[in-house]
Design a protein around this ligand. Structure first.
Ligand code: PAF
Length: 260
């Protein structure tokens, strides 16, 4: 696996790969990789000649500096997981490489980016859309893979690619869960042992046949702080805070239990 940190160098490699007529599958990540990310890499491996993964903890999508500072950084284990998953190129830039414009230019969407996650994390989606636009412009992949765990993020990136006539196909990938049902997330590492046990109650409640109001009450009674809980596009989307960790998840209404 090649590791590239400079935008000029990745640009040269992309030109070579495209000149050889090979297809590129791209998986953007912020590192702290878990089996959910690896399922995206596996899909990219199956669909394309060359697989590129980026690791970049994108500062502009954090609306809270503490959250950015504490975001897990596990480069050595990420690197070996990506080698095992047969990644061809790992792109690992410094912030100055991607933000040489110092974030003067942004991609902003309205109204979806101001709702749900956006209502609780002002500016978050400007950061996400801008960095994804930069990465897609540099790498020009045939396909880019995004997890359905971040359903709102997937919708915004899919619509941005269409709005700017990007040639990349935006591929959604199913959410990967722990055996007890908790959605895999890099943030789960911050849960205490006791919180980790309680966290599995969140997807269980999302899947229950209760109304969203009832689900909210049940979660609050169990000690979760509920940021939002809404039915949209045939899914129940939710975000909760447990201790100091914010968890997001969504389930298709068709996955909802028919009996309590
Ligand atoms: O989902 C993520 O990990 C990030 O939001 C992404 C898409 C890599 C952009 O920084």
């Amino acid at each position: 696996m090649e590791i590239i940190t400079a935008t000029a160098e990745i640009g040269d490699r992309i030109r070579e790969i495209r000149a050889q007529g090979r297809t590129i599958g791209f998986v953007p990540t912020m590192g702290a990789l878990h089996p959910g990310h690896l399922s995206l890499v596996e899909k990219a491996r199956a669909d394309n000649d060359i697989v590129i993964v980026s690791i970049f903890v994108n500062p502009t999508q954090f609306n809270d500096n503490g959250d950015l500072e504490h975001y897990p950084r596990t480069f050595e284990s990420d690197r070996s997981l990506l080698e095992e998953a047969q990644t061809d190129i790992l792109f690992f830039p410094e912030a100055g490489e991607l933000y040489h414009d110092e974030f003067r230019f942004k991609v902003t969407e309205s109204p979806l980016s101001e709702e749900l996650e956006g209502a609780h994390r002002p500016g978050h989606f400007d950061g996400v859309l801008t960095v994804v636009m930069k990465l897609l412009s540099l790498i020009r992949p045939d396909r880019a893979y995004f997890g359905e765990k971040d359903w709102q993020q997937f919708l915004l990136i899919r619509d941005m690619a269409a709005a700017f006539f990007l040639e990349t196909e935006i591929v959604p990938c199913s959410l990967v869960r722990e055996p007890d049902g908790l959605a895999m997330s890099s943030r789960n590492a911050h849960l205490s042992v006791e919180e980790r046990q309680r966290a599995a109650f969140f997807p269980k409640v999302l899947r229950s046949c209760d109304t969203t109001d009832k689900k909210r009450r049940v979660l609050e009674d169990a000690g979760f702080e509920v940021d939002y809980l809404e039915e949209r596009d045939g899914r129940t989307l939710g975000a909760v805070v447990l201790g100091s960790v914010r968890l997001i998840d969504n389930v298709r209404l068709s996955e909802t239990e028919t009996s309590p």
